[in-house]
Design a protein around this ligand. Structure first.
Ligand code: BG6
Length: 625
């Protein structure tokens, strides 16, 4: 996720507003940042810097723009394609340095576009997908053909360029030869306009300009805005005009950085349908029933066929994802897999097996225990692969092959959307391994891909439905419980662990996740009314067994909350409370079932007045042993 911002003013200099706007968007990404303006002397000037926004501000102090500028664009980057170094920082230029683009999202067909543009003589300066947009607009601006007749030349060039682009984007274009105009476009990634008396702004999110105007136009998917100081023209990508009344935003600035949510964690829980799309959808190859990764290491069928075992190693929530991933590799690729705590693995001196692949999972890519385990594995001669969210992090750089999770920055200390993104990455890798090893046919691969695409709507329905209200009622009743027991079998056992961890992390209540079948060997002694038991009882071949375990709890006076698949009527006979979730294929149930548990932890923590985004004693990434 990145932050983009643009401003066109009637007069005066916009560079200060741009920098301030980017600062308000920095929560969206902070690998690198950049600004571009067209000065009153008619020069297009760009300043970019690696790292936090402060580095860009320092760069601007060292080398200020050569004059006042009333139009400009800016960008804070959360890298997805290309390391977070200056050459990949936005804004990106065309060949002649006549125009620049800032972009948030993923251009799925950028490799094809880049190849075609290079064949027509375009020269590229970065590894990003974004840069193809600058060259496309350059080409269509020069050609002058097509686009809405009532639009200006720059807007027409953008309309024509985007007709051939597939993917998700929010983008803004600035051209030296059109110094009083910006052109912005949106497809699946947020973008809005701020309408002030003396200027018009466009940004990824409202905080960027909320101190200057509260009148906002939210672009819808497939719309293009032609922006001038005096206002804007909104059109469908196909050309017809769109009229939309501005929305007045009454949030305070801090609340708006959380998108109107009271906590980043709740915002990130609700981002999960989009995170699923960002983590998966540009890697799916329906035709071949397969998955394609940016890193060639994973596309090598021969290597997959030689893998004898996968060692999944991580910490915290990332390890719970690894426990699910173990099932995925065994079920989809018939590949033996084991999952272990990084802090244990690195000192257990695991017996190296020929053909073993080490797979680290880490949101931050900086967790000391996970880095230590990866280095120990490499020392023992194992190839080291990694699933990482933070591009350019230590693990990202040290691993022999990386799968980025593209979840964007996660501000809440307790992992939510990045956990879901890790599950997606593991599912994709297992499909890839299964297809490479012949354990999955084309048809089976296509079916898995279809299930994954269909999942986004299920996650959205779950988050927009009545689940949260039902969970809030449970939270109200149980907020002072003695603790919680979470039970699950098979793929649901790691989710029981994750549900317990979430509750511990942010509400400080004791909680334990346990295999449902194992609960009778000990933890059942804990069962009493004051200790609610949450059972993961969604559709699965093990459901009957889980029901039996639920009966065992009920028989001892326990209080049972069951997470069940919609329409699973039997659950209501064995549970005090049933929370229904969409029925999905068993292998994808972990991605659905974790959501009510995240919300339960959130609601209880909220009622207990805990610091949800920054819980006591925790850190977003523990870089010490
Ligand atoms: C903990 C975080 O400190 O580290 C957890 O609070 C996280 O949310 C764990 O799962 C591992 O972190 P990472 O960055 O390696 O996934």
């Amino acid at each position: 996720m990145c932050g983009i911002f643009g401003a066109v003013a009637r007069e005066g200099d916009v560079s200060g507003a741009l920098l301030e706007g980017l600062r308000r968007l920095e929560y969206r990404g902070y690998d690198s940042a950049g600004l571009a303006v067209v000065t009153t002397r008619g020069d297009l000037e760009v300043r970019r810097a690696e790292g936090r926004l402060a580095a860009l501000a320092a760069r601007l102090r060292e080398s200020s723009f050569g004059g006042s500028a009333s139009v400009g664009i800016g960008h804070t980057r959360w890298a997805t394609h290309g390391a977070p170094v200056e050459r990949n920082a936005h804004p990106h230029r065309d060949c002649g340095g006549e125009l620049v683009v800032v972009h948030n999202g993923i251009i799925e067909n950028y490799l094809d576009l880049r190849r075609d543009l290079a064949a027509r003589g375009h020269r590229f300066a970065s590894e990003t997908d974004t840069e193809v947009l600058a060259h496309l607009v350059e080409e269509n601006l020069k050609a002058g053909a097509g686009g809405p007749a009532d639009a200006g030349a720059l807007a027409r060039a953008v309309h024509v360029s985007l007709a051939g682009v597939r993917g998700a984007y929010a983008l803004v274009v600035l051209s030296r030869s059109h110094p009083h105009t910006l052109v912005a476009a949106r497809a699946d990634v947020p973008l809005c306009l701020g309408l002030a008396r003396d200027a018009t702004y466009c940004a990824s999110d409202v905080p960027a300009f909320l101190d200057r105007t509260r009148e906002v136009i939210f672009l819808h998917n497939g719309e293009v805005a032609e922006i001038t100081a005096g206002g804007y023209a909104l059109r469908r990508l196909e050309g017809e005009r769109v009229e939309r009344a501005p929305t007045r935003i009454d949030w305070d600035a801090a609340a708006v950085e959380r998108g109107g949510y009271p906590h980043f964690m709740l915002k990130e829980i609700h981002e999960q349908p989009d995170v699923l799309a960002a983590a998966a959808f540009d890697r799916l190859d329906e035709a071949r029933g397969d998955v394609r990764f940016e890193d060639p290491l994973f596309d090598d069928d021969e290597r997959w066929r030689k893998v004898s075992r996968i060692d999944l190693v991580a910490c915290g929530s990332a390890l719970h994802a690894g426990f699910v991933g173990r099932f995925y590799f065994e079920r989809l690729a018939r590949l033996p897999a084991q999952a272990d705590f990084a802090s244990e693995y690195r000192y257990r001196a695991p017996l190296p097996a020929d053909g073993a692949l080490f797979l680290a999972i880490s949101q931050s890519g900086e967790t000391a225990d996970t880095l230590g385990a990866a280095r120990e594995a490499a020392r023992r001669g194992l190839p080291v692969a990694a699933i990482v969210n933070a591009v350019g992090s230590t693990l990202w750089r040290e691993a022999h092959g990386v799968v980025g999770t593209h979840a964007g920055p996660e501000v809440g200390v307790a992992a939510t959307k990045t956990f879901l993104a890790q599950l997606v990455a593991l599912y994709l890798l297992a499909i890839r391994a299964g297809r490479a090893r012949g354990a999955l046919t084309v048809e089976q691969g296509r079916s898995r891909i279809h299930d994954l695409r269909a999942l986004r709507a299920h996650l959205g329905a779950l988050l927009e439905g009545q689940t949260r209200a039902a969970i809030a009622r449970i939270a109200e009743r149980e907020k002072d419980a003695k603790g919680f027991l979470f039970l699950g079998r098979g793929l649901q056992y790691p989710i029981a662990l994750e549900g317990a961890l979430k509750l511990k992390e942010i509400s400080y209540l004791h909680a334990e996740g346990y295999p449902a079948g194992e609960m009778k060997h000990g933890p059942i002694a804990l069962v009493e009314k004051a200790l609610p038991v949450v059972a993961l009882a969604t559709s699965s071949p093990l459901l009957e067994k889980t029901f039996t375990n639920m009966q065992e709890v009920r028989a001892r006076g326990g209080k049972l909350i069951a997470i069940c698949s919609r329409g699973e009527a039997a659950a209501s006979e064995v549970a005090d409370e049933v929370l229904e979730v969409p029925a999905v294929p068993e292998d994808l149930a972990p991605l659905v079932n974790v959501i009510p548990l995240q919300l339960l932890a959130y609601e209880i923590a909220r009622l207990r007045g805990c610091d949800i985004d920054m819980p006591r004693n925790l850190a977003k990434s523990v870089t010490v042993e």
